[in-house]
Write a protein that binds this ligand. Sequence first.
Ligand code: AMP
Length: 308
Amino acid sequence: MGKLLIVGTVAFDAIESPFGKTDKILGGAATFIGLAAAQFKLDSAIVSIVGDDFPQSYLDLLKNKGIDISGIEIVKNGKTFFWKGKYHNDLNSRDTLITDLNVLADFDPKVPSNFKDADVLMLGNLHPNLQLNVIQQMEEKPKLIALDTMNFWMNNTMPELKEVIRHTDVITINDEEARQLTNEYSLVKAAQKIQAMGPKYVVIKKGEHGALLFHDDEVFFAPALPLEEVFDPTGAGDTFAGGFVGYIAETENISFNNLRNAVIHGSNLASFCVEKFGTERMLQLTKEEVDRRLDQFKQLTQFDIELK
Ligand code: AMP
């Protein structure tokens, strides 16, 4: 059983999708990562920041999933990070309507002392300088440093982002972001360029079209499960990342073969996330449901062709 340290936003989200609207609900990259990783046998902790407008009941939800929240700072009279997004009709694309950094603007992350030797460090979506700051606080080099980011940071902090990418082993980004980061339309070329920036492994998420894992000349592809109900894709990328690193932390194995399985676990968990608004589905998820769907994944992708 490994130790997983997660850094990222814990937030209020407001979402508009063709299926409805929500007011401020529980969201944030670290929240979705933590809830997905909680499906695995590991010790996990979140480093983040909220204002005192953030309900204790939301923090309790994370704590009750076994996540160490001692690294979530609560700022007196502070306002929690707020993000508002609107999905287009196909749910594959969205516009960010509001990003209010609030307490995140002055965040000075503090890694709890018992997580400074974490096996896996997941740098969730956050200002790249803060991601770098957390790497520097680690007393031992983690076996794996994974990074997720978003177009917001590419638009505003590209040089800092490139610096943190240099220190990571694996990056998980979506196809549009991979293209923006590299100016390459071909995802194969984009992955090669990203590997040249530092990470040995590159995961490119393609929403309902699955995910690709690149390592040197090897490529692995996992489809997304075709689903009957898709309500809200918010957090699907983070949930994928949480499942991916959660499985790696549990198995403590960073071979390419094991990373392939990690991609399947990430895709599996992300398939639940999109079925309800926000974190709702992830909060109710049972091990039986997860296992049943893993089996569906197997059925979906197995075939028996003999090469002559
Ligand atoms: P995803 O749908 O996986 O891209 O992640 C959406 C989550 O990321 C939401 O819960 C937001 O609170 C959070 N988020 C949105 N914008 C940012 C940002 N610029 N930095 C960090 N987290 C963000």
